[in-house]
Structures are given as C-alpha cells and as structure tokens.
Design a binder for this molecule. Structure first.
Ligand code: SF4
Ligand code: SF4
Length: 777
C-alpha cells in the first residue's frame, strides 16, 4: 500500500506502516541461549527500563493512532513483545491494553497480539486476553528434548511443562479465540519427526518455524556432513505435513509456495514493521539485533517523532525497494521472487553490510526445490490444528487426575464401539441368525436396551474369548454370546421373542440380569421372553424365571445391585467371564455377605464424594460393577482391573469403607487409562525399556509405570484431602504417594519412551501433582 497523501517517504513515496511491536517488558523469566534479545550482538536492552512506563505506552499509542488516522490505514496490528510481556502482570497488562484500545480503535481496526513464552499464563490472564481480544503466539520448540535444548530458566531447569500448560489453557473453549499459534525455532540437532508431532499435539491454529538468527560473521551451526542441513530438516517436516494432508497452517511452507505471499523472512513484500522499545525509541525489526550492537536503532522516539519519520530511516527504506534493494547475486537468482534474499538480518557481513545473499542461501534454494518437488495435494485434511482436537481435550481433562463425567462417558462410548466391532466379528462365528435379527431389530426400536447390555463389563471379555482361535473348541471353548445378549436386551424391553441359547455346565447366563442353573437342560435351551421374565425349556427341564419377585425362581441367581449416588451398581459374582483379573474371583456370595459388601461400597462411594468430589463424579460417569475377589489370608487387601472389562473393578470384600474408597479410586484410574490406551498411543511402540519405580522392586515397562503414576496421582489426591482434616497418618500417606507419583512421572519423561501425546499427558499430570502438593483438590 502506497499512501495517497504523496508525502515523500521510503523509496520516494510514503508507505504507511501497519505493524507495530511494543516492547512492554524488557526482561524475561527464561534464559534461552538462542535468544537474540540478550545473547546476540545487540545489548541495548541493558540500558532500558525494565517495563515500558505508562507515559511511553500512551505516547506510542497516540503515535500509532495518529499514523492510522492520517494515512487511513484500514488495519493496524500491534504485538506486545519483550522480553516477556506477561511479566507486566494482569493489572499492568490491562492498563496497556486499555490504553491501546482507547487510543487506536477510533481510527482503525486494531488487531492486538502478544508473543510470550507462556510460562506465567494463567486463567486470569487468559480471561484478560479474551476480554481485550488479544491473540497470543507462544514460543515453543517442540518435544521435551528439543524445547529444553534452549528454552530453560536461568538455573537450567526445563520450561517444557509450563509452556504446555499454557498451551492447554489456550486450547480451552473459553480461551481458544486468543490462541494464535506456536513459534518454533529450528535446531537441526532435534528430531524433526518428534518436533512435528509435538507441535501437532498442541493443536495450534498456526505454526511459525523460524531459522535461528545468524549472519555471515556468525554462521549457523551445521552439524553433520550435509551442506544444507536446514533445508533437509525442514524438508522432512514438509514431507510429513504434506503426507498428512496439511493438517493446519505452517507459515514458512505456505509462504514459500508459488504465489505464497512471503513473510518478513521471505519474499519481496516491502518492510511494514516498526518496533517501540521500552524506553520509547523507534527501532527497526528486532531480528537486526543479531547483526551488531545498535543495528536496529533509528535515532527516533515516540515522544518527538512520528511513525512517518521513523519509517523514512534508510534501514527501513531499503527494505521497501523490492528486488532493487537486494545484492547482485539475489537480483540474478531464479527464485528471488519467493526467497527475497531471506531475512534481512541474515544477510549481514562486516564490510559489505547487508548487501549479500542470506547466510542460509544454499538451504533456501534447496528448500524451495523441496517445496516444488513435493507439492501439497489438492485436499486439505480436516484441520487438526485449527480446531479443538477431541483427543487433546480428552487427554488434557484426564490429566487433571480424574476427568469429568463427560470425558468418562466418551471413554465408555469408545469402549462400546470396540465391543460392537467384536460383536460383528462374532456374528461370523454364530449359527443363530435369529439372535442377530433380534439385536438388529432392538437396535432400531430400543437402542438404549441394546446399549445397556453391550456396556455390561463382561460382554467384551466373552466376545474376545469367543474370537480366540485357541478357545474355539474343548473345555475352554466359549459359548456363542449372541443368543444370550439378544435375550438380555429383549427382556429389558419386554419383546416376546424366542431364541436358542447354548447351555454351559447346566447353566445359561443372561448378561446384566443373572444366571440360571438348571440341571437337565442339555446343550441348548429354548428361551422365550415373557412379560417380566422368560421361560427356559431344554432336555428334560422347563423353568419360568420371573425377575424382581420377592421369591426368586429356583436356580435363578439374579445380579444384585447396590444403590450409589449415581444410581445403581452391580455386585457381579455370577458372570462366568468376570474371571479376567488374573487372580481368583469369589464364587457367589451368600445374601448377608453380599448385603455387607453392598453397604461398604455405598459408604465408600460417599467417602470418595467427601474427600475428592471430582473423582466421585468420574466414578459416577462409568463404574457399573464390582467383582468380589476370592479371599486370600496371605493378601487380604487386593484389587484389580481388567483391560477388556471397562466399567468394573475387582476388590477383596473388605469391610472398611475408608479403605474401600481408596481401592475404588485407585482401580478406576487404571480402568480409565486402559480405555485411553485402547485408542491412543501414549507409549512409543516397540520399547524394551524398563524403568525403576519406587513402589515396586522390579523395573517396569513404560505402560506399567504410566498406569502406576496415574493411579498414584489419584491416591495422592485422596490422602491429601484427608490430611487436610486428619493430619498425622494421612499426611504420611499423602507424602509417600506424592513422592512415588512425582518420581514415577519424572522417570517416565526421562525414559524417552512416550509419544508426543504421552509426554504431554504426563507433563500435565505432573502439574496436577504440583497443585495437589499445594493442597488443591
Ligand atoms: S523466552 Fe524469548 S525473550 Fe525470553 S529468553 Fe527466551 S527467547 Fe529470549
Ligand atoms: S538468498 Fe540465495 S536463494 Fe535467496 S534470493 Fe538470494 S541468492 Fe536466491
């Protein structure tokens, strides 16, 4: 855009400036060794105020507004920058944002942005950013190893978890409008696949990949024998991105495409940025700080000089001259329209100044070749980056330690989908067309009844057993499950159907309802559904079972329910496929024992609600059955979870509800995480790593450690809550589980055995632990 005022300016005409960077805080809480502000040639930050004074903010805002008004600039972009702008705190930031909005918005559309390291971002700041419509870019270099190579605190500690926490906050629906994207600085020593996956995992609306600042005086590191390591590294990510259907915006690749439009780092678009330093001086683009001390200076300031005056500085003017402002080599280059000589700062060489190609020239040439040789296909994948990723949201919610009831329902839906797939596979082995027809018909007429049956925790173990080739015949053979499932669903609806049901050991099992033991039935029984029950005929036997009667039918072992705050839960001591816990399950309890266990479980559930309400809500969302384990005097306190039996946990029938509450919370963690692991890889496949953990003598595989950490996090939260009122022993338990969880999580993260999603999950879980440490429930 050339201004219609015709006043003399850069390149002979006045080009309005539309982008302004405000250095509102000149210090930082991180100490990144690749930082051009503090670690490169320019050291002018040392003489500047720590924070931009209010009078300077006011003067800058008025200069920008004046410029927008005089030149009728339709859109003005202002980026709050530093150092670290969040060091202003909420109150200081509010003042700056209010000043900018009040001064500029009467004259133009104001696009407010912020570039932050994210470390200090919290909910209050997020809300403030939403209130002032500020879009935030977060600096983040990828997976833990990549990020911590440079982005560390002054004491050397990692910033990875804090930054991911900030990104998780920005992904929340309430704050997502303020999530602009991620700025990632390339280091070719990092694994490009892991970096790509780590960035993808954060669902950024846009990714900026930046070449590390370098000049001909201080060339970039080029480890390894290749002459174009940056092009090779970026080429790898480009290939992944294209193969994945371009899941979101990567600005660098888009800018380099033919007609891509360029960025500050590429292309021939005229320079359109000015910087206001914390002391009010106008400066040229920040990246010039890498060239030499004072390189970005203009000699002007917001108090005495307008934007136009600063924009007429020769350093700005030369970057508005298009190809004429480039060196002879670049002017003759076949890709000059797309490369534009690279970033201005990267051309610096003592002696010839900026009249050189980029120090990345060879890489840029090759990268443009790569982009051309491997063009993006026509289609663009549904944007994993620009929209909320359901997977990320689910994992983030569970990483709080408990997960909401909605998240647990999603896990249950996932498990149901797996069960349905297994059921379809079992149909191939079934000779009961009638059973399938009943199920299909009820799926249309009463889907909630079919769902209730298929969600029974021991349906999936039955289906899995049925599909196991080694269990197709002989004593271990599993009966065809379809007829019994059809009966169970039909009884729930009261549909009068008749189905042949296989008999095993003189018994038929009707999942969710009970088992009928009836000697003389033979191998198959004809089951007819009646109002309020069903009739069974086979061999020499004939029995009608009426449900919910005071006097149960002879041989009928009805599933017994326990009232819970969420409704009802079963004591499952009859289903033959409950035998999936790797330890002996109890046979059917007598009535007093079942009633006692029921009372203990109901009290335990209330205790969970008292201690950790969020965990109680997660139990409400999915725990449907408890299986009593067989007593073992040597190990009186045991509990277990089975991967195929979501919705159930197994416990020894302990009589103390306080103890039972801990067992329920502990095992429900395993159940939830097992459901997650059914669908998502949190542990990299093929790892033979074994990790030493404090809670067991034998080194454990990564998935086992992950399970332990997740369960111990919840137990820590229970004991922490109890310690708040009981102190003493509860405090000691809390401290022990806290240490176990923390050490286990740290060992997992250090093992490099997790996927990017797994790292994110454990990193956030680690934060939940810190909140637990300071007493949050
Ligand atoms: S967070 Fe940014 S400003 Fe702070 S030290 Fe790192 S690179 Fe520099
Ligand atoms: S830096 Fe190299 S690739 Fe870019 S325009 Fe100049 S000569 Fe061409």
């Amino acid at each position: 855009m050339v201004c219609r005022c015709g006043a003399p300016g850069a390149g002979g005409s006045c080009r309005p400036i539309s982008q302004f960077v405000l250095k509102v805080h000149s210090r930082c809480d991180l100490s990144c060794d690749h930082c051009y502000v503090y670690q490169h040639a320019d050291q002018t930050w040392r003489g500047r105020p720590v924070r931009m004074p209010p009078a300077t903010v006011r003067a800058a805002a008025r200069r920008i507004a004046e410029h927008a008004r005089e030149h009728e600039v339709p859109d003005v972009h202002v980026v709050l920058h530093g150092g670290e702008p969040l060091l202003l705190g909420a109150a200081g930031l509010r003042e700056v944002l209010a000043e900018l909005r009040a001064a500029i918005t009467p004259w133009t559309r104001l696009d407010l942005r912020m570039q932050t390291n994210g470390v200090l971002l919290d909910e209050e700041l997020c809300q403030l950013l939403v209130d002032y419509d500020v879009r935030v870019g977060v600096s983040f270099d990828g997976d833990r190893a990549a990020n911590d190579r440079h982005r560390v605190f002054a004491h050397g500690g990692s910033s990875h978890d804090q930054v991911r926490r900030a990104l998780a906050l920005l992904r929340r629906p309430a704050y997502r409008s303020s999530y602009a994207g991620i700025l990632c600085t390339v280091d070719v020593r990092n694994d490009p696949d892991r970096v790509y996956e780590a960035l993808l995992a954060e669902s950024p609306p846009r990714v900026d990949l930046l070449l590390p600042h370098a000049t001909w005086d201080h060339p970039p590191e080029r480890p390894g024998p290749g002459s174009t390591p940056y092009a090779d590294w970026l080429g790898r990510i480009h290939r992944r991105w294209v193969d994945d259907g371009r899941p979101g915006s990567i600005r660098l690749f888009e800018a380099l495409m033919p007609g891509g439009g360029g960025t500050e780092a590429f292309g021939l678009a005229p320079a359109d940025v000015l910087v206001v330093e914390a002391d009010g001086t106008w400066e040229q683009v920040d990246s010039l700080k890498t060239a030499y001390h004072g390189a970005a200076g203009t000699g002007f300031d917001v108090f005495d000089h307008s934007v136009d005056e600063a924009a007429r500085h020769p350093g700005v003017a030369i970057r508005q001259d298009g190809v004429q402002g480039l060196c002879a080599t670049c002017r003759a280059c076949p890709v000059v329209d797309r490369c534009g000589g690279g970033l201005y700062a990267h051309r610096w060489r003592t002696g010839s100044g900026f009249d050189n190609p980029s120090v990345y020239c060879a890489d840029l040439l090759r990268l443009i070749d790569t982009v051309d040789a491997y063009p993006a296909p026509g289609h663009v994948a549904p944007s994993l980056w620009s929209a909320a990723s359901p997977v990320d949201d689910l994992l983030d919610d569970l990483a709080t330690g408990h997960g909401s009831p909605q998240t647990v329902r999603r896990l249950a839906d996932d498990q149901l989908a797996i069960t349905r797939m297994l059921l379809a596979a079992c149909r191939e082995l079934s000779d009961s067309a009638a059973a399938w027809e009943v199920l299909a018909d009820l799926e249309l007429k009463a889907p909630e009844a079919v769902r209730a049956v298929l969600e029974h925790p021991f349906v999936r173990p039955w289906l899995v057993h049925r599909l196991d080739p080694s269990a197709r015949s002989g004593a271990r053979a599993a009966a065809d499950p379809l007829p019994a499932l059809a009966v169970a669903a039909a009884v729930r609806v009261g549909v009068p159907v008749t189905v042949d049901v296989p008999v095993r050991a003189d018994a038929i099992t009707v999942p969710t309802l009970g088992s009928l033991l009836l000697p003389g039935l033979g191998e198959r029984a004809e089951v007819t559904v009646l109002p309020g029950g069903f009739r069974v005929r086979g061999g020499s036997a004939d029995r009608t079972v009426l449900l919910d009667t005071v006097e149960p039918s002879a041989g009928w072992r009805q599933v017994r329910d326990v009232p819970t705050p969420a409704g009802r839960m079963s004591i499952e001591d009859g289903d033959p496929y409950r035998d999936c816990y790797g330890q002996p399950v109890a046979s059917r309890l007598d009535t007093p024992a079942a009633q006692a266990l029921g009372r203990t479980l109901a009290e335990a559930w209330q205790i969970v609600r008292r201690d950790v309400p969020a965990h109680a809500a997660a139990l409400d969302g999915g725990l449907r059955a408890v299986v009593p384990l067989a007593p073992d005097p040597a190990r009186p306190l045991r509990s277990a979870t089975a991967r195929h039996a979501f919705g159930a946990v197994a416990v020894t029938p302990h009589s103390d509800p306080e103890t039972m509450a801990v067992l329920l919370v502990h095992e429900w963690q395993h159940a939830k995480l097992g459901a997650v692991l059914d669908r998502y890889d949190l542990v990299a496949p093929g790892h033979s790593t074994r990790i030493t953990v404090p809670w067991r003598p034998d080194p454990r595989p990564p998935e086992g450690v992950l399970q332990g950490v997740y369960a111990h996090l919840a137990v820590t939260q229970v004991w922490r809550a109890r310690a708040a009122t009981d102190g003493g022993e509860a405090s000691a338990h809390a401290a022990r589980y806290l240490a176990w969880t923390r050490d286990g999580a740290d060992a997992l993260l250090a093992s490099r055995s997790l996927t990017a999603a797994g790292e994110r999950f454990v990193g956030q879980l680690r934060h939940a632990l810190e909140e637990t440490r300071v007493g949050s429930r």
